[in-house]
Design a protein around this ligand. Structure first.
Ligand code: ADP
Ligand code: MG
Length: 249
């Protein structure tokens, strides 16, 4: 995936300021930065939850939100946007499960609605994914009957059910009690080891150091610094990165 000179304004506020980032297939990128630096907005542009005001994003050579023709860009229509969105899985801080659906129903909804999978096929994959996140016995539970860590693992299984090309995590453990953080990080670590392409906004510095191939530090809508965990976390070049790390470590 390639993010190329992406800009985004909300009124007079520039939230993304010429952000460029190349994400190699199978790589894990951790995004760090203070609150309000544009991390969530960056993820949301990749998932079509926000449109960009400048630049573009490409996944597998396909432009997100646009079609290129005769050297000009045309905005995509709704069906194409839905198709593209299915290639990008997203896991939110607050899980965002459908409260009135069981765990199994939460996972099979999109594969049936978006990919047109028959119920049996969607269900077989859902059960496989539930086993993978350690929740094989929770298929018929409702979200409210699960702990936060379990709900987040269901949300990860749900994102995986569309077999996305890239998975985005927006502070996936920030809403969890400390004792539940580990079980969710374990699932993300397993995904990383299995070759998934991951973009993870997180304040878990230890996790970023261990799992990420690349660490990106953002502030005021810009990428201030990026490199290997050893570079950015071990020998940060910018004073802003150092100040931030001193606060979160
Ligand atoms: P982060 O995830 O790094 O905390 P965000 O991407 O959520 O940052 O927000 C970046 C900035 O954009 C913040 O100043 C925030 O208030 C502003 N912002 C985010 N979404 C909107 C919106 N829909 N309308 C106006 N301002 C927004
Ligand atoms: Mg955010």
């Amino acid at each position: 995936m390639s993010i190329h000179n992406v800009s985004k304004q909300f009124g007079a506020l520039t939230v993304l300021d010429n952000v460029s980032l190349d994400i190699a297939p199978g790589s894990v990128t951790a995004i760090l930065g203070p609150s309000g630096s544009g991390k969530s907005t960056l993820l949301r542009t990749i998932n079509h939850l926000e449109r960009v005001d400048g630049g573009f994003i490409a996944i597998d050579g396909e432009l997100i939100g646009y079609r290129q023709h005769d050297d000009a860009l045309y905005e995509l229509k709704e069906p194409d946007i839905l198709r593209q969105r299915a290639d990008v899985g997203m896991v939110f801080q607050n899980f965002n499960l459908f409260p009135h659906l069981t765990v199994l129903e939460n996972i099979i909804e999109a594969p049936q609605a978006v990919r047109g999978q028959p119920r049996e096929q969607a269900e077989a994959l859902a059960r496989e994914l539930l086993a993978r996140v350690g929740l094989a016995d929770k298929a018929n539970a409702f979200p409210r009957q699960l702990s936060g860590g379990q709900q987040q693992r269901v949300a990860i299984a749900r994102a995986l059910a569309l077999q996305p090309k890239v998975l985005l995590f927006d502070e996936p453990t920030s809403a969890l009690d400390p004792e539940l953080v580990g079980e969710v990080l374990d699932v993300i670590r397993e995904l990383a080891n299995s070759g998934a392409t991951l973009l993870v906004v997180t304040h878990e510095i230890g996790f970023a150091r261990e799992v990420a191939d690349r660490v990106v530090f953002m502030e005021h809508g810009r990428i201030v610094e990026s490199g290997t965990p050893a570079q950015v976390l071990g020998q940060p070049q910018h004073s802003r990165t150092r100040e931030f790390l001193a606060k979160v470590l």
